[in-house]
Ligand binder design. Structure first.
Ligand SMILES: Nc1ncnc2c1ncn2[C@@H]1O[C@H](COP(=O)(O)OP(=O)(O)OP(=O)(O)O)[C@@H](O)[C@H]1O
Length: 249
């Protein structure tokens, strides 16, 4: 479905994304993790057309989409969410969702009907007429998911949709994400909430300082020495191992 080869992006002297290669299969639910500043959001921006790569290619559903505009990539079926959710002020939840639906359904069907269906899916069905600006953080996150879904994506990129939520809100949203995948949408998510990474994703990619340093099943990746070092600092993997051995001895 998604085939990224050797993609790179520098800002001044900083290599934010450094020759990253990644494949996501159709129907997968995979995650992209890494410490702050690792390049995750920049990677999303590169593959969805918000930044132009310095090098590398992006193929989506067999088509070379490198350098395409975000709106054309969305029309081809790939959309991203944003970390900072900014609803259109003065508009209702329904209207906010319908903006995304309009992108695809202008000539086919009523965008408001489609938006209603999407709102149900993400648990906003009872808040359709509320001013979107009055939603709580959790509500705004659901709205961001809904706006992406309203474009009828084949692949959706979620950028920290669980950030800022409390544990019970996270528990509520995890089944929503799973249901989206089960409805046939492929998902790649950036996530810091490890509970979600572990329980949701079947496969994980790890970025550090712009480079892909590990990939595999989340449980395996979490025990991978370079990954532990990237998160906790140099020498940490060895120290943890020694602690575990001492505790077991
Ligand atoms: N537009 C920009 N101009 C200059 N530097 C940038 C720009 N966007 C990102 N960077 C830098 O690129 C690096 C990667 O940033 P990015 O936001 O992609 O990381 P991230 O992994 O998403 O981090 P976080 O988990 O904190 O969101 C950082 O050092 C950041 O400061």
């Amino acid at each position: 479905m998604l085939d990224v080869k050797g993609i790179s992006k520098s800002f001044g002297g900083l290599k934010a994304v450094d020759s990253v290669t990644m494949k996501v299969e159709e129907g997968a639910l995979v995650s992209l993790i890494g410490p702050n500043g690792a390049g995750k959001t920049t990677f999303f921006a590169l593959i969805t057309g918000f930044h132009r790569p310095d090098a590398g290619t992006v193929h989506f559903r067999g088509q070379d989409i490198t350098g395409w505009k975000p709106s054309d990539i969305a029309r081809a079926g790939m959309v991203r969410t944003f970390q900072i959710v900014q609803p259109f002020a003065g508009q209702t939840v329904l209207e906010n969702i319908a903006v995304g639906a309009h992108l695809h359904h202008a000539s086919r069907r009523d965008p408001l009907d489609h938006a209603r269906e999407v709102a149900e899916k993400v648990g906003l069905g009872d808040r359709l007429d509320q001013d979107a600006a009055s939603l709580t953080v959790a509500g705004r996150k659901r709205l961001e998911v809904a706006r992406a879904l309203a474009t009828d994506p084949k692949l959706v990129l979620f950028d920290e949709v669980l950030a800022g939520l409390n544990p019970s809100e996270i528990r509520d949203v995890i089944p929503v994400i799973r249901a989206i995948r089960d409805s046939g949408v492929t998902i790649l998510l950036i996530e810091h909430v490890m509970q979600a990474v572990m329980s949701l994703s079947e496969y994980t990619f790890v970025l550090n300082q712009g480079r892909l340093i590990a990939e595999g099943k989340p449980q395996d990746v979490a025990n991978n020495q370079p990954v532990i070092e990237a998160y906790l600092g140099h020498g940490m993997a060895e120290r943890l191992k020694r602690q575990r051995e001492e505790a077991g001895a």
